[in-house]
Design a protein around this ligand. Structure first.
Ligand code: ZN
Length: 123
């Protein structure tokens, strides 16, 4: 499913690139930190924006904003929340029961996203 989507997106991107006569050059991620951060930020923003339009998600987002949670960064995109749940900010996963049951963004993931938006955003 996912690779199917990616294939379709790749095809569309290639068509657009061809129509623009654009050239692409591979730039390693570590030399591309700013663009990487910007695209990530846009992605988080879209997720947070989408959450506001859905009642259940908005409630979780609001809880994440109100609730004090101890957050510790334990890897490049990994965070330990409340000393027990591991949030992967890149894959948008969490080890809590809420995420496992629903498979939707939980308040811990929302907490990390809002934190990252505040830290990386609006320079
Ligand atoms: Zn969680």
């Amino acid at each position: 499913m996912r690779s199917e989507n990616l294939r379709e997106l790749h095809k569309r991107a290639s068509e657009i690139a061809t129509s623009l006569a654009a050239n692409f050059e591979w730039i390693p991620r570590e030399e591309n930190a700013e663009a990487d951060a910007l695209s990530r930020e846009a992605y988080y923003e879209a997720i947070l924006e989408e959450a506001k339009s859905e009642e259940a998600k908005r409630a979780r987002l609001e809880r994440a904003e109100k609730e004090e949670m101890e957050v510790e960064q334990v890897g490049e995109n990994l965070y330990r929340v409340k000393g027990k749940y591991i949030v992967n900010a890149e894959r948008m996963t969490c080890t809590c029961a809420d995420f496992k049951v629903r498979g939707e963004i939980c308040k811990h993931i929302f907490k990390i996203l809002t934190m990252k938006m505040r830290r990386e955003g609006r320079k």
